[in-house]
Ligand binder design. Structure first.
Ligand code: ASP
Length: 336
């Protein structure tokens, strides 16, 4: 594998940093790495490239898929892993500032993958480390209700694979369903749609969970590429959609238990909706799911819920490979 052809990546903080060439290249690289790992010597070859590298997984917010897939991605690259999942076990409880804690971590590893409940903390940490003599890359694995940039990469990869024989992602109609107000994955995905042509977004939610104005403004400013409709009829949306992207209620962001007052019964995907979905359509969900994606749908090949999880591991492997390769190039340049 020729890492000189890989996209150069340092911090991964938000979807605004991704452009179409990057998205296309990361999908291709993900595919290449997957195929390499299928070959008898491929796994070993991949590990040899990054054997001297290390990563910290700093996850102070609950996570199953993102954490485990990053961990497996590191293992696939042969990278040493250090993890902190409970901030109560770090010096933060002794009053250390978050920036000092993160700078401390950066002394020991090459990259910090972090998930926090504080919006913007990953970006703040990246800016802070950039001022230090050891500016290690930060990967945002979810920050508050704002962004989930690596989830969106796996969503794009999943769509690119699913629509490979149907003209790719361009020109597709995507229904985003559920808690669009606080779901960071749908916010990120909606923002990225401007890199594709002739997209239609159907924003399907109860009024209380409508997509926020900042995203609608963003879509308005790219209406030459993305159009959208705010709707509340899931059945009608499924009939029109190429991809249906379901999300759960993000009640961890409630201030006063307000989610319990909102009925989502009309925003749950059931086997009946499968009968309305076109044969080449797909159903996605970032996980964890609750009742909004009926378990009885799982056996339908159009439901990509489980596939997305595996794709997440491969996309994160490709992304970390790019970051480590970029660090390697920087190291070589410094030595010159
Ligand atoms: N796992 C996704 C996230 O990290 C979606 C969710 O939690 O509902 O945002």
């Amino acid at each position: 594998m020729d890492s000189n052809r890989w996209p150069e990546v340092r911090h991964v903080l938000g979807v605004d940093q991704f452009d179409r060439p990057f998205l296309d290249r990361i999908c291709l690289l993900t595919q290449e790495i997957r195929e390499l790992c299928d070959k008898p010597d491929g796994k070993r070859l991949l590990k040899e490239q990054f054997a001297d590298r290390s990563a910290m997984l700093y996850f102070s917010q609950p996570s199953s898929r993102t954490y485990t897939s990053f961990k497996r991605a590191c293992q696939k690259l042969g990278v040493d892993i250090v993890d902190v999942r409970d901030p109560n076990t770090s010096s933060e409880v002794k009053g250390e500032s978050k920036m000092d804690t993160i700078r401390t971590f950066s002394s020991y590893v090459d990259v910090i993958v972090m998930r926090t409940k504080e919006q913007g903390l990953a970006a703040q940490a990246a800016a802070h480390l950039d001022q230090t003599p050891r500016p290690r890359p930060i990967v945002n694995a979810g920050s508050g209700a704002d962004e989930q940039p690596t989830q969106v990469l796996l969503d794009i990869y999943t769509m690119a694979r699913s629509f490979k024989d149907h003209g790719g992602i361009d020109g597709k109609t995507i229904a985003l369903v559920g808690d669009l107000k606080r779901g960071r994955t749908v916010r990120s995905l909606a923002k990225l749609m401007r890199h594709y042509h002739d997209m239609m977004l159907l924003l399907v939610s109860p009024p209380a969970f409508r997509m926020q104005q900042d995203i609608l403004d963003h879509l308005d400013s790219h209406r030459d590429r993305v159009r959208y409709e705010v709707v509340d009829d899931l059945r009608a949306a499924v009939c029109r959609a190429d991809a249906v992207y379901m999300t759960r209620v993000q009640d961890e962001h409630d201030v006063d238990g307000e989610s319990a007052k909102v009925s989502i019964n009309d925003f749950c995907f059931t086997p009946e909706h499968l009968t309305l979905l076109r044969p080449e359509g797909v159903v996605m969900h970032p996980g964890p799911r609750r009742q909004e994606l009926d378990l009885r749908c799982d056996d339908d090949p159009r439901v990509k819920y489980w596939r997305q999880m595996r794709n997440g591991m491969w996309v994160r492997t490709a992304l970390l490979a790019c970051i480590f390769a970029t660090l390697g190039k920087e190291r070589k340049e410094r030595r010159r």
